[in-house]
Design a protein around this ligand. Sequence first.
Ligand code: ADP
Ligand code: ZN
Ligand code: MG
Length: 479
Amino acid sequence: MKYEAVIGLETHIEIRSASKMFCSCANKSGAEPNTNVCPVCMGYPGVLPVPNRYAIHTAVRAGLLTECKIAKFSKFDRKSYFYPDMPKNYQISQYDLPFCEHGRIKLEGEGFSGAPLPDKYIGITRIHLEEDAAKLVHSGDKSGVDYNRAGVPLMEVVSEPDMRSADEAYAYLTSLKEIMRYGGVGDCDMEKGQMRCDVNISLRPVGQQEFGTKIELKNLNSFRAVHRAIDYEIWRQGDLLDRGEKIRQETRGWNDDLGESYLMRTKEAAHDYRYFPDPDLMPVVFTDEEIEAIRATLPELPKAMRLRFQEQYGITAYDAGVLTADKELAAWFDTAAKLAKTPKLVANWISSELLRLLGEDKISISECKITPAALAELTDVISSGAINGKIGKEVFAEMYASGKTPKTIIEEKGLVQVSDTGAIATIVTEAIEKNPKQVEEYRAGNERVLQYMVGQVMKLSKGKANPQMAIAELKKQLG
Ligand code: ADP
Ligand code: ZN
Ligand code: MG
């Protein structure tokens, strides 16, 4: 490879909050267009914005989760531009004094291609808070504007140009999303526009220190598209450089159907946003105590949780990864594992049985009828020997279908394992009487017949005999 790619990402994330950033309209998507609007978010003259304390604290939380330094003094600025999606003709954003700066995210796991990643951090330049714009809806020769989204609290996370491949960018975005979801910052669903990402990318000859001229890529609708677009752009820019051409600074769009980028605008057409401090809004001041109070509300992040699960519950790194892939599932498992005598069994039941059923029914763990306490109870009755694993599966299926507890099901169906020596001896005797030929073979030295006889005992007991006791009793009676 002659060239090295240099990549920095600008990611917008909608904050999940009850109300909008500067008014009391509901922050919720999916409503009838233009129903969550008011004079403030519609930009009527003479109205004043009131900042949303929860959204500001949430942006600070996002900064703390990514090891940022939190500004004790910051302010909101007006970014001027004229477009139908912005009724005030300016967007309230932050220019030179954002809430968070100088953070970092560790790359983890593997990239989209499955190749291992280098052991490194991606720097976060800044996280600032702004208001989202309205959504333009185009249909045929008509266009409409839905102002429900105008004024929704929106964070912009700007990374340092620290990534060197499409895989690293993919892994960075995956971690960023996971952190923001765990941190309760936002849902980060790209399909719903709750997370949007612009890619800045340049090439430089391997070994060169200075960066090359960057291209900004827009309209990336999935992490996969980000990965594809970067690989395409590395190829396109490398080809231009090979032919002795200069890269011009420009903004390009990504066409995922064609798998290629296209020119949107060149640097000459760049906006002058005329930023200036918003005179309607006071600067935001934090004391150390206030920042520490927010830090105290931070949840455990998935990386820390994976390590704790392995240590506390003795499960494998692989299982810990499966169980923390979803925040709700992780909390569910944590609750069950704390209640169970053998937490490892809980992990096994979830990864082998429960996730399969949830997948088949396309439902999430919160919609599942089994409670964490019920699964803990099931693993306890199995490990105590009251029922065997095979009956356990039957009980589990019934728990999943009806939501009944294992003890209720075991009682109703009379499934308790027979561990009474006298009862097992009677069943073994019956099995021996019914299978004279096999008994003869066993006595003639064919030890494999024992397994068959165990099967017969289990069958006669309807699966309820304690298998270890059945084997011992068979050996005894067969001599
Ligand atoms: P602009 O002034 O064009 O907005 P910034 O310096 O603010 O540029 O950077 C925007 C994004 O581009 C950041 O994520 C940054 O890491 C990235 N970036 C900056 N320079 C380069 C470069 N030469 N190549 C690739 N990415 C870059
Ligand atoms: Zn409003
Ligand atoms: Mg910039």
